[in-house]
Design a protein. Structure first.
Ligand SMILES: Nc1nc2c(ncn2[C@@H]2O[C@H](COP(=O)(O)OP(=O)(O)OP(=O)(O)O)[C@@H](O)[C@H]2O)c(=O)[nH]1
Ligand SMILES: [Mg+2]
Length: 309
């Protein structure tokens, strides 16, 4: 997802800023590092840099030394971010090339048209959410619940394995959110990796039985960091209606304690869980729920300059 954009003039002054959704900001030091050597960048070429896990900057310089910076997520498709960046630049250049050529800053901050254009282009980039977990834990039921289907109806209560995977699209705040649901049976375990690629949010579903929780912890979670670095990950402790009725089912607090990650209690066959689940998803996508502790800046100024130029 595109989080923020900036335009800097050749004097390195910020002349435009627009925020789409919350993202932990990168430091001024990081921005300064890019600005410091703009003259070395080739005009019209798009550059990408990942600074701190999860946060990527994409930028380009125009022929007049104005710099366009796009802050986005590491998981978002690079080609789409590149297209966005080029269209950001083209939109401004089409309208203000005379002013840019004479180094007179265009009045971008006041341009409602530019903001509208950016909002529309940002929303055209789909957001990918993936549900993973072992067979029969409730992933498909959760996908249906998110779509607004009444999952308590008998036709949805009957278990049918998902073969390969399924995908649904929902709309959140004008963004298209693609929800991928990967078959959890053993024969599809190899596919999980493919589905996870490029996911911005991963919901790891467990049926809350002790053995499933332990398998999720040992066999699924360790792989996520490698397959989808920077993705927001949340555990869904499903089938909480069985806690206290069948001995192997654990209360979600216990699931959370064993797994050591933020966990959401769920009963996917109860439509009352739809709203809270949607709220969780929205918070994860738009950056209002933080799943990780504040990360320390891991890249020094020198390393960064080297990486970019
Ligand atoms: N009691 C109870 N049953 C549930 C709950 N969620 C799902 N189920 C049932 O569990 C069975 C399996 O659910 P699915 O959603 O198909 O499971 P899945 O994870 O998609 O399974 P695969 O496609 O094989 O990976 C179905 O019969 C559901 O009705 C829940 O919260 N409580
Ligand atoms: Mg399924």
């Amino acid at each position: 997802m595109i989080r923020r954009v900036y335009v800097f003039n050749p004097k390195k002054e910020r002349i435009f800023f627009h925020e789409f959704s919350t993202m932990k900001p990168i430091s001024q030091k990081h921005l300064d590092a890019i600005l410091s050597d703009v003259k070395l960048m080739r005009p019209g070429v798009v550059y990408h840099t990942t600074f701190v896990k999860g946060r990527r900057l994409t930028y380009l310089k125009d022929p007049y030394n104005y710099l366009y910076v796009v802050m986005n997520d590491e998981q978002t498709e690079k080609s789409r971010v590149e297209a966005f960046t080029l269209s950001f630049y083209a939109f401004i250049n089409d309208r203000y090339s005379d002013r840019l050529a004479s180094q007179q800053d265009p009045p971008l901050e006041e341009s409602a048209e530019l903001r509208e254009h950016l909002e529309e282009s940002a929303r055209s980039i789909p957001i990918k959410v993936t549900l993973v977990g072992f067979g029969g834990v409730g992933k498909t039921t959760i996908r249906k619940l998110l779509m607004g289907i009444d999952t308590s109806k008998p036709e949805h209560l009957q278990y049918r394995q998902t073969h390969i995977g399924a995908r649904s699209v929902i709309n959140l705040r004008g963004y298209k959110v693609y929800i991928f649901d990967v078959g959890g049976q053993e024969v599809y375990h190899g596919l999980r990796n493919e589905f996870l690629y490029g996911s911005e949010v991963i919901l790891v579903v467990t049926d809350s039985t002790r053995s499933d929780v332990e398998d999720v912890k040992n066999f699924i979670l360790p792989k996520l960091e490698i397959l989808a670095p920077g993705a927001e990950i949340y555990v869904i402790a499903n089938k909480q209606d069985k806690v206290g009725k069948e001995p192997e089912y654990l209360h979600w607090r216990q699931v959370e304690r064993i797994i050591g990650m933020p966990t959401f209690p769920c009963v996917a066959i109860n439509p009352e869980y739809r709203e809270p689940l949607l709220k969780l998803l929205e918070g994860l996508i738009f950056g209002e729920i933080a799943t990780k502790e504040e990360e320390k800046e891991t890249i020094s100024f020198d390393e960064l300059s080297e990486e970019i130029f």
